[in-house]
Design a protein around this ligand. Structure first.
Ligand code: SF4
Ligand code: SF4
Length: 373
């Protein structure tokens, strides 16, 4: 039985969600099948499951034309609702395992933003209760990984305590200001260790600000880069249309996906036309709230740890962590600007909120030293 200090459900507190008709964004991801579910689908729908190799070898439901949506979505309704996999039942909650188990709400789910309906906290408790044995085994494994990671960081002299890393929460909203954000990104790339946020932003002239916007654009375009349209970032708009936005480096191919898995190209956008800006008061408030959520998410920490490990324990954990927060902030501001460009009726706060709806599933989909279940 997992003890209370092994489970953190605080990110679910005070949140509710209502599943919205004509959304079904969550049905655009091939749901992984647990062994018991795989037995059911093998027996009743053997031609509607697929083997996948990433991020690990598993069975999932098939997607229409290989792109999506799920093969069982018909007229925006689930044909196997009573037998839908646990992935679908527990959405919009993701369970991240690292040093502890943390439940993280998916802010790409538009239903979470209604603030009404099913309370996420009791839902999270039920999910954890129903998967105790599986979670215990997986947590024992990820804890071992985190112990080894911490020891290696200590030996390399790059270790930082988690509480210290997260201590700058009050200043995260300042990353909405491009000058401050630029200073965070610059410092995080330095060889000297960053002790904490906040840092003192450098004064920046117009030309440097232009260069900063360009480099934010390059980073964000890279995050939309996709060779294969099936893996490209997706955004479900306010009317429930599924947009695919895939970059080839400089240009963005803008397409819509229909229920039959057909993709129709709408336009090709020059990434240089998208110009991130410091948001106004409401946009800043929404942005700050999201940054505080990122700072509290173990999966964001797990991503920073993953990068430290991948780059051979050469960079300070603090620099990598603040770099991850900074690039997340930059990506969000840029994606909000992109949506403002595509949908000019979006107001200041709305553009940031829609940017989060677009960005969060990719944030949650990033690699981590731990794992999601
Ligand atoms: S993304 Fe959220 S609102 Fe949309 S269908 Fe899934 S659970 Fe419902
Ligand atoms: S099984 Fe049902 S709920 Fe799950 S992805 Fe497919 S259509 Fe959506």
């Amino acid at each position: 039985m997992l003890s209370e200090d092994e489970v953190d459900l605080s990110l679910l507190e005070g949140r509710s969600f209502t599943c919205l008709e004509h959304c079904q964004l969550c049905c655009l991801h091939p749901p992984e099948l647990m062994p018991r579910e795989a037995r059911y689908f093998r027996q009743h729908h053997p031609d509607r499951i697929e083997r996948r190799e990433r991020p690990h070898r598993h069975l999932s439901l098939a997607m229409r034309k290989g792109i999506g949506p799920c093969i069982f979505l018909v007229d925006r309704r689930c044909e196997v609702y009573e037998h839908r996999p646990s992935f679908c039942r527990q959405y919009p909650i993701h369970l991240h395992l690292g040093e502890r188990l943390e439940a993280e709400p998916d802010l790409s789910c538009r239903g979470v933003w209604t603030g009404e309906g099913t309370e996420l906290l009791p839902m999270g408790r039920e999910i954890v209760k129903g998967r105790q044995r599986e979670l215990e085994g997986a947590l024992a494994h990820t804890r071992g990984l985190y112990r080894t990671f911490t020891e290696t960081c200590r030996e390399a002299g790059i270790h930082r305590q988690v509480e210290g890393l997260r201590a700058g929460a009050a200043s995260l909203e300042r990353m909405a200001d491009l000058t401050y954000l630029g200073a965070v990104l610059d410092r995080s790339a330095d060889e000297d260790p960053m002790e904490s946020l906040p840092i003192r932003p450098a004064t920046i002239d117009g030309r440097s600000l232009g260069r900063l916007r360009e480099s934010i654009g390059e980073m964000a375009l890279d995050s939309l880069r996709s060779e294969d349209i099936a893996g490209a970032p997706t955004y479900c708009d306010r009317a429930g249309r599924w947009h695919i936005l895939a970059s080839d480096g400089r240009r963005i191919r803008w397409s819509v996906l229909d229920e039959g898995g057909e993709v129709q190209e709408i336009d090709v956008i020059d990434g240089g036309e998208v110009w991130p800006r410091t948001p106004g008061e409401e946009g800043r408030r929404v942005f700050g709230e999201y940054m505080r959520i990122l700072n509290a998410r173990d999966s964001v920490l797990g991503y920073a740890y993953y990068l430290v490990d991948a780059y051979g324990y050469e960079d300070f954990v603090s620099n990598t962590y603040y770099g991850v927060l900074g690039t997340s902030a930059a990506d969000l501001l840029w994606r909000s600007a992109l949506l403002g460009h595509l949908f000019p009726d979006l107001g200041d706060g709305e553009a940031i909120r829609e940017g989060i709806l677009f960005y969060d599933m990719d944030r949650l989909g990033a690699p981590t030293l731990g794992r999601f279940l």
